[in-house]
Design a protein around this ligand. Structure first.
Ligand code: CP
Length: 308
C-alpha cells in the first residue's frame, strides 16, 4: 500500500486498519529520527501548516508544533482567545483568511463536534482534527495504541479498560474505534451517569465497578473528569468520585499483576489517579507524550503527499 486511504484526518472511524498500520510503521521511523542527535528531516520543507486552536491545549498543540518543525515545515499558530474570532468572524472566514496566505494544511482543535469535517467541505486545505468537542481526538488514539504496541508487542488480543468520564470524552470514542480496528477488546468503566447508553452498540463491555475492570484488563486508560463540559452534576462530589473510580497505589499492589496505566493528560492527581500511581513504573504517561510527536510526524508526512 502506497499511502493513506483518506485526504484528511478527521476521525479514526474513517481510517482502515491498513491506514493505522502504515501510520505506525512511519512513526517507528520518525521515532528513530527524534532520538538522533540531529532530530530534523527536510520532508515537509515546502509545506506551510497552520495550527488553529479554538480550545485550550498543552500536549497536543506543542506536540503538533514540534512534529511540524522536526519535519521542516513552515508553521503559523493561531489561538482563538487572541484572534478576531472574538470580534464575530465565522470559522470559514477565519480559515479562508489564513489560507489566502498560502497555507497547505490546517491542524484544528475546536469545541464543536464535527468542526473539522465542516471545514474540510468548505476550504481547500488538508485538515487534521486535533480534537472536536466530545467527538474524536484521532492522533491521541493513535499515540495511545502505538504506546500499547510498543509496550506489549501488539495491540491484537489485548484487553483495554477505559475508565472515567466516557460521556464527554473524545479520547474514549477514538480509542474504541482504533483498538477495535487493531483487534483489541475494550471495556468502559465509570459511574452510570457518565457512560452513554448507546455505548454498548459499539461492542464494548460495560462495568461500573473499578476493581472488576482492573482485574479484567491488561491496560487501564484513566480519563479525566471533564468538569468544563458538564452542564449538570453527574456525581455528588469529586471526593466520592475518587473513592469509587480513582486508581490508588494500594489498589495496584492488591491486584498484583503487570497492569499498564495510561492517561491522555491533563491529570487530576488525587481524582482519577493518585500521585504514586501516576509516577509508578506501571504508568507510561510520558511515553505516550513522547510517542505523540512521532505519530503526528507520521500523520502529517503521509497526508502532505495529498497537498495539491
Ligand atoms: N491529551 C490532550 O489532548 O491534552 P491537551 O488538552 O493538553 O492537548
Amino acid at each position: 500500500m502506497s499511502g493513506l486511504s483518506v485526504k484528511h484526518l478527521l476521525g479514526i472511524k474513517h481510517l482502515t486498519t491498513e491506514d493505522i498500520e502504515l501510520i505506525f510503521q512511519t512513526a517507528d521511523t520518525f521515532k528513530d529520527v527524534i532520538n538522533r542527535p540531529i532530530k530534523k528531516v527536510p520532508s515537509l520543507r515546502d509545506i506551510t501548516i497552520a495550527n488553529l486552536f479554538f480550545e485550550n491545549s498543552t500536549r497536543t498543540k506543542l506536540s503538533f508544533e514540534l512534529a511540524e518543525k522536526r519535519l521542516s515545515a513552515d508553521v503559523i499558530n493561531f489561538s482563538a482567545s487572541a484572534s478576531s474570532v472574538k470580534k464575530g468572524e465565522t470559522l470559514v472566514d477565519t480559515v479562508n483568511n489564513i489560507l489566502s496566505m498560502k497555507v497547505d494544511m490546517v491542524v484544528m482543535r475546536h469545541p464543536d463536534a464535527g468542526a473539522g469535517e465542516f471545514l474540510s467541505r468548505h476550504v481547500n486545505a488538508i485538515i487534521v482534527n486535533a480534537g472536536d468537542g466530545a467527538h474524536e481526538h484521532p492522533t491521541q488514539a493513535l499515540l495511545d495504541a502505538f504506546s500499547i504496541r510498543e509496550k506489549l508487542g501488539s495491540v491484537r488480543g489485548k484487553k483495554v479498560a477505559i475508565i472515567g468520564d466516557i460521556l464527554h470524552s473524545r479520547v474514549a470514542l477514538s480509542n474504541i474505534f482504533a483498538l477495535h480496528k487493531l483487534g483489541a477488546e475494550v471495556m468502559v468503566c465509570g459511574p452510570a451517569t457518565l457512560i452513554p447508553k448507546h455505548i454498548r452498540s459499539l461492542n464494548v463491555h460495560v462495568t461500573h465497578d473499578l476493581r472488576s475492570a482492573l482485574e479484567w484488563c491488561d491496560v487501564a486508560n484513566m480519563l479525566r473528569i471533564q468538569l468544563e463540559r458538564q452542564d449538570v452534576q453527574y456525581f455528588p462530589t469529586l471526593r466520592e468520585y475518587a473513592q469509587n473510580f480513582g486508581l490508588t497505589g494500594r489498589m495496584l499492589r492488591e491486584l498484583d499483576k503487570e497492569l499498564i496505566i495510561m492517561h491522555p493528560g491533563p491529570i487530576n492527581r488525587g481524582v482519577e489517579i493518585t500521585s504514586d500511581v501516576a509516577d509508578s513504573p506501571n504508568a507510561i504517561i510520558l511515553d505516550q507524550v513522547q510517542n505523540g510527536v512521532a505519530i503526528r510526524m507520521a500523520v502529517l508526512y503521509l497526508l502532505a503527499g495529498r497537498v495539491e
